[in-house]
Design a protein around this ligand. Structure first.
Ligand SMILES: Cc1cc2nc3c(=O)[nH]c(=O)nc-3n(C[C@H](O)[C@H](O)[C@H](O)COP(=O)(O)O)c2cc1C
Length: 306
């Protein structure tokens, strides 16, 4: 058996698979269940300072090739996470936990990161890439060098924990945005958030989702995630959680070759159920054996170096 354990920002993961934010990551028991099913680590859904309502149903549609959602980041707020989710998860922590946070303004980003720091996660992930959270120009903070730098600078001052920034692929040059975050002290990245999209019901002649548009995830976005990972790894060399359309062990190996150190999976659960985590890990192991790889470190970023 190959050594599948990896270290990410000084934290050791037994295997590189991580539950992506927003999928099953609601309660401590659901997070623990994902670890029981083989994940090397988990990410909470995006947590706000206060309770946050989501969008009205229908908020999701799945097809053979992709999944479209506009859940709208519904959440019970940081107080609930601090009093329930984190103490329950950390009491007998089965694997590293990444606390994902979100806010609408710079000052709220500073506050929520300080609050998350006090919850005791291993790593803090800052979601500046949700299509529904706008800056003054009507775009997520991660859509501009200035917006991404401003958030990173302010959150960096609020925690000494490993800090990673979750970026959107909906930009012309993601490497430029990542470099700006790195300059302000980001320790790494989670790439990618969903890709903006829409599905129209041809019988009803209108968008399927109440929110009209949403975020595309699943198999269709894997090449987008692989390129974003490749570009950001090449530009910064920082650790990356490669996320987007990873469904199989070979997909996981592919995004690691682009520079990912951990592999996030969300929509995979829709297609393969939560048991898919252990299956993907097994598939990675089989791939390593067939290809003479003894340690996953051997493949991280190899495609970038060629
Ligand atoms: C239903 C759903 C909810 C999501 N909620 C969040 C969220 O709360 N915070 C976040 O940073 N990303 C969220 N995402 C994005 C995922 O974490 C991930 O970046 C994206 O779905 C691509 O990975 P995948 O193809 O493996 O799902 C959500 C995705 C889905 C499908």
């Amino acid at each position: 058996m190959a050594n599948l354990s990896v270290t990410f920002c000084g934290v050791t993961f037994e295997n590189p698979t991580v539950l992506a934010s927003g999928i099953l990551g609601v309660t401590a028991s659901s997070l623990k269940n994902v670890v029981r099913n083989g994940a090397g680590g988990v990410t909470t859904k995006s947590i706000w300072l206060e309770e946050h309502p989501g969008h009205k149903n229908p908020t999701m549609i799945g097809t053979e090739h992709f999944f479209l959602n506009a859940v709208g980041l519904s959440d019970g707020g940081i107080k609930k996470a601090k009093e329930e989710t984190f103490p329950e998860y950390l009491a007998d922590k089965p694997a590293p936990i990444i606390g994902n946070v979100i806010a609408k303004s710079l000052s709220d980003f500073e506050k929520i990161v300080a609050e998350m720091d006090a919850c005791g996660p291993d790593i803090i992930e800052v979601n500046i890439s949700c299509p529904n959270v706008d800056d003054k120009y009507g775009k997520p903070f991660s859509c501009s060098v200035g917006g991404a730098s401003d958030v990173t600078r302010i959150v960096r001052s609020a925690t000494k924990k490993p800090l990673i920034i979750k970026l959107t692929p909906n930009v012309p040059n993601i490497a430029e945005i990542a470099e700006a975050c790195a300059k302000e002290g980001a320790d790494g990245f989670c790439l990618i958030n969903t890709v903006a999209g829409m599905v129209i019901d041809t019988k009803l002649r209108m968008p399927v989702l109440t929110n009209k548009s949403g975020g595309v995830s699943g198999p269709a976005i894997k090449p987008v995630a692989v390129k974003a990972t490749y570009d950001v790894f090449k530009a910064t060399g920082l650790p990356i959680i490669g996320t987007g359309g990873i469904m199989t062990g070979e997909d996981a190996i592919e995004i690691m070759m682009a520079g990912a150190r951990l592999v996030g999976m969300g929509t995979m659960v829709y297609y393969r159920d939560v048991a898919g985590f252990a299956e993907v890990v097994k598939e990675m192991d089989i791939w390593c054996e067939k290809n003479g790889v003894k340690n996953l470190e051997e493949i991280i970023g190899v495609a970038v170096k060629k």
